[in-house]
Ligand binder design. Structure first.
Ligand SMILES: Cc1ncc(COP(=O)(O)O)c(C=O)c1O
Length: 393
């Protein structure tokens, strides 16, 4: 599971982690089995105790999971990867296995709604407090630190407003206070940004999004240094059972093979659409890191190789106006997922961030007129026509 780092990203995404059975299949086999057979009771005992390497039970280990984990670790430049049933279980696993009651998290206030719910709701029940700050302001991170702070957590670009945070600078601050820096790399993926190479300790993924890339399966992953994540997370998953299914791991493993071409194509189309939306008379504001007027445009261009597929924009008016635009679309799908070949659209204020209080929502910039577009791989002109029809009708 150690990253080899000897190939280019595209080669690693296609070749790393592959294991062939004795049939010598070219496309990897699917190991749909709940458990593995031992030759004798002694072998079973040794495998259970971990004194002998090998498969035991698919809640602990499975060849499809190992293949996906090795490939993703290699792409992110991390030593090991632990896969999980979803992005949320990856975040829960990191918190539950690396934090203790009384510990504190300093987190970006611009986080995915469910992550904020998890931090402000469930984790507080276990005595873990979160302080929210402006991720793009280094002073805010410093001011958020107390002697109990154990973890920094951020998304860059953030969901849905694409706020970009300086991973290298935040990581220096984290290291100087002995704090772990966790980065949710869902929007960029390692095809566009490698937080570990910029100093992050742990990378989180909702593999459900771009790693799959076609909206088929749920999955999550945690990548980092072996000594930091492997034992605590494997032990958490073994007890808590939030394990990735072998079938989903197989789909994700194959999804990684086209990650780079997909991310580049998503980014190219998203930039065209963001620039086009900027000129549209019905649009009040556009949020996309590659636009010159994005507040962290320079940083984004230094830290990422392209802007990614997410464009958020605010229509003139309020919720009813935003909903009308969404309802008038013919091609774009109204759905909560993102990172699909199909362009998807959501009204964050009443869906992904709908469980937050109005105060929290507005503090994060989630206004009633805000719409999140996850630009897919359809013909750009068709998407523009669809959006134009919806906006002007
Ligand atoms: C940035 C980000 N992180 C985490 C998650 C959670 O992932 P999952 O839905 O796979 O649990 C999402 C889901 O939309 C997300 O957008």
């Amino acid at each position: 599971m150690v990253s080899k780092k000897k190939y280019g990203l595209e080669t690693s995404a296609i070749r790393d982690g592959s294991v062939r059975s004795h049939f010598n299949e070219h496309s990897e086999a699917l190991y749909l089995t709940s458990s593995f057979v031992f030759n004798n009771a002694r072998e079973a005992a040794l495998r259970f105790s971990g004194d002998e390497a090998g498969m035991v039970y698919s809640r602990y280990t499975n060849p499809n999971l190992s293949m996906f984990e090795e490939r993703l670790a290699s792409l992110e430049g991390g030593e090991v990867c632990v896969s999980t049933a979803s992005g949320m279980s990856a975040i829960l696993g990191v918190a539950m296995s690396l934090l203790e009651p009384g510990d504190e998290i300093v987190a970006s206030k611009n986080l995915f709604g469910a992550t904020k719910q998890l931090f402000s709701g469930l984790l507080t029940k276990f005595g873990i407090k979160t302080t929210y700050i402006n991720a793009s302001d280094l002073n805010d991170w410093e001011e958020g630190i107390t002697r109990r702070t154990k973890m920094f957590f951020l998304e860059t670009p953030s969901n849905p407003l694409t706020e970009v945070a300086d991973i290298a600078e935040i990581s220096k601050l984290a290291k100087s206070h002995n704090v772990l820096l966790v980065v949710d790399n869902c929007f960029c993926t390692p095809a566009l940004q490698k937080p570990i190479l910029l100093g992050a300790d742990i990378v989180i993924h909702s593999a459900t999004k771009y790693l799959d890339g076609q909206g088929r399966v749920m999955g999550g992953a945690i990548v980092g240094r072996r000594e930091v994540i492997e034992k605590p997370l494997v032990s958490f998953l073994r007890s808590a059972g939030a394990t990735l299914s072998p079938f989903n791991a197989w789909v994700l493993f194959k999804g990684l093979e086209t990650l780079k071409v997909r991310m580049d194509a998503h980014s190219e189309s998203a930039l065209k659409i963001a620039q086009w939306l900027m000129q549209h008379q019905k649009v009040k504001a556009v949020y996309y890191p590659w636009l010159d007027n994005h507040p962290q445009n320079k940083l984004a261009k230094a830290q990422q190789s392209a802007g990614g597929g997410i464009v958020s924009f605010e229509v003139k008016g309020g919720k009813e106006d935003a909903w009308k635009v969404i309802d008038n679309l013919q091609i774009v799908s109204i759905t909560a997922n993102l990172g699909d070949t199909r362009t998807t659209i959501t009204h964050p204020g009443t869906t992904t961030h709908g469980r937050l209080s109005e105060e929290d929502r507005l503090e994060s910039g989630i206004t009633d007129g805000l719409i999140r577009l996850a630009v897919g791989l359809e013909t750009v002109e068709d998407l523009q026509d669809d959006l134009d029809f919806a906006l002007t009708r």
